[in-house]
Design a binder for this molecule. Structure first.
Ligand SMILES: C[S@@+](CC[C@H](N)C(=O)[O-])C[C@H]1O[C@@H](n2cnc3c(N)ncnc32)[C@H](O)[C@@H]1O
Length: 250
């Protein structure tokens, strides 16, 4: 039931953000820890979110001339990182939420946006790199999604993929990636840095829910991922892993 409501919640929260004139660029859990690329002073407020993208892209052979597709772009924070930190000019981005895309268009002019569903996305364009962060757990099938990604990549193209994955499912996810034609170049769990990020930022981003947890149902804590959410507990116990991968299409 709540799972079915999630897309509507993303749409609703983006519409509210738009009405409030919110400048929130990112919707991921963030990462606290060292990254090989430094966060710029102007991004201090969003440094944990930027760092999660930097960590995802750290092992990817990324260069300015690449054509990049971001799937599940949210409010455009990932496109912002691709433009500002890696100098990428040719970016296409898709998301299922029209309200998120409207916010993203204002943040990162020059990006081609399309409202699309990740699992069914089709295009005649082929890309050098596909980026997908913290979105695939919301899809109807990760296996179908990986096939879609493979189909839109050039031969030898790269896929930077990161998300929350239940520990017993990791093997199946990696099998599905290989079945879709990918070689795993790098794989890592970021639990420590993501847990630190939730602990540090839950109270800053969601002060009322963090300080007065009883006012909100567990599902609300789950949607925003506060320190009172089940997702936070599962990351701490290790039952859920925050996995990142760099993959190459064979
Ligand atoms: C947690 S947010 C992450 C957004 C962004 N990657 C970031 O880190 O800020 C997940 C995003 O995935 C999008 N999404 C969920 N299901 C989708 C689907 N089936 N196809 C495309 N986008 C989807 C949501 O609308 C939302 O913008």
């Amino acid at each position: 039931m709540f799972q079915k409501l999630r897309p509507h919640l993303y749409e609703l929260s983006a519409r509210i953000a738009s009405l409030r004139g919110s400048d929130r660029k990112f919707m991921n859990l963030g990462f606290e820890g060292a990254t090989s690329v430094e966060v710029r002073p102007e991004d201090k407020k969003d440094s944990h979110h930027v760092k999660l993208y930097l960590k995802l892209l750290e092992e990817a052979p990324i260069s300015e001339g690449m054509s990049v597709l971001e799937i599940g772009c949210g409010r455009g924070g990932g496109c912002y990182v691709l433009q500002k930190y890696f100098g990428i000019k040719n970016i296409t981005a898709i998301d299922r939420s029209a309200a998120n895309i409207n916010l993203a268009k204002k943040l990162v002019p020059g990006v081609t946006f399309r409202k699309e569903t990740a699992e069914k996305f089709q295009t005649t364009d082929l890309f050098d790199l596909v980026v997908n962060l913290e979105s695939s757990h919301l899809y109807s099938s990760r296996a179908e999604f990986f096939k879609t990604v493979s189909a839109v990549l050039k031969p030898g193209g790269y896929f930077a993929f990161g998300d929350l994955v239940r520990k017993p499912v990791i093997e199946d996810v990696e099998k599905a990636l290989k079945a879709a034609g990918f070689s795993i170049l790098h794989g890592e769990s970021l639990n420590t840095g993501v847990i630190h990020s939730i602990e540090k930022n839950s109270v800053i981003q969601y002060p009322t829910a963090t300080n007065y947890p009883g006012l909100f149902p567990k599902k609300v804590h789950g949607f925003f991922v506060t320190i009172h959410s089940i997702a936070y507990q599962l990351l701490k116990s290790g039952d859920v892993q925050y996995r990142i991968y760099v993959l190459r299409k064979d």
